[in-house]
Design a protein around this ligand. Structure first.
Ligand SMILES: [Mg+2]
Length: 256
């Protein structure tokens, strides 16, 4: 970030509910999942929603357009979290939407995915014990959260570099994960599409990772951006952790 960002406001969950309720409607509420509705855990395949999140989402559905927007595949989101009907589930950083399009790779993309898979597997070996590779419909992901940082960090950095040299590949580097994608995707595009499709007057977006910063960067002045947890951010507001997000979700329906 080249310009100095003003520090985000740190409202309480209830204060943030008041801020959102005062905005023009209809509202689109977009939520990242891991680190927002589900606490970050050592292994992404052991994550779970905070107890009470599903009920809070159900209470909110009648009042807003509600979407979860995650880097996980829709299949993974469905199997792991099972979001209730009425919630739009967008996966793979915007590439897939529950009940709509599935990802079909053309020949060139499939070859690219094979090449990236070979690179990621080699990087997992170099990163050492605890590193693992996840296969998604249009990407391959190296996870190093459980690996020794002394070997994992150089391996992740090198993978980022080498994959960046593969024509047509797109690299996202997040919290101890490196994702190699065969086509460009962005949560920002996904959220812009949702805004247009639902005619939202205000977009509220809540996220905790670099890919969510892409959304914050494209929101309009009247929108509400919320970063969860520490770290430099373009968001205008910050909540400390997933329990604060849950408290905010619970405070919203009675105000709308
Ligand atoms: Mg996240």
């Amino acid at each position: 970030m080249s310009t100095v960002q003003p520090a985000p406001l740190e409202p309480s969950s209830v204060e943030l509910a008041d801020i959102v309720a005062a905005r023009p409607r209809p509202l689109l509420v977009g939520l990242d999942v891991d680190g927002v509705l589900a606490p970050i855990v050592e292994r992404a395949d052991r994550a779970a929603l905070l107890p009470g999140v599903t009920e809070a989402l159900l209470d909110l559905v009648p009042h807003v357009t509600l979407a979860v927007v995650s880097g996980r595949s829709v299949a993974d989101l469905e199997a792991r979290y099972g979001f209730p009907a009425g919630v739009t589930v967008v996966g793979s950083h915007g590439l897939e939407t529950r009940g709509l399009d599935t990802v079909a790779l053309d020949e060139r993309e499939q070859r690219r995915l094979d090449d990236l898979t070979a690179l990621a597997s080699a990087a997992a070996d170099a990163a050492g014990a605890g590193a693992w590779v996840e296969h998604k419909p249009a990407s391959i992901v190296l996870h190093v959260r459980e690996a020794d940082p002394a070997t994992a960090e150089p391996a992740a950095t090198r993978l980022h570099q080498r994959a960046g040299e593969v024509p047509g590949a797109h690299v996202k580097h997040g919290h101890e994960v490196v994702e190699l994608m065969v086509r460009p995707t962005s949560k920002a595009t996904a959220v812009a599409d949702l805004r247009a499709r639902h005619g939202a007057a205000t977009v509220v977006f809540v996220g905790d990772d670099r890919t969510d910063e892409e959304v914050f960067a494209t929101l309009a002045p009247g929108d509400v951006s919320v970063r969860v947890g520490p770290g430099e951010t373009l968001a205008a507001h910050r909540l400390p952790d997933p329990p604060a997000v849950l408290a905010w979700l619970r405070a919203l329906p009675s105000r709308l």
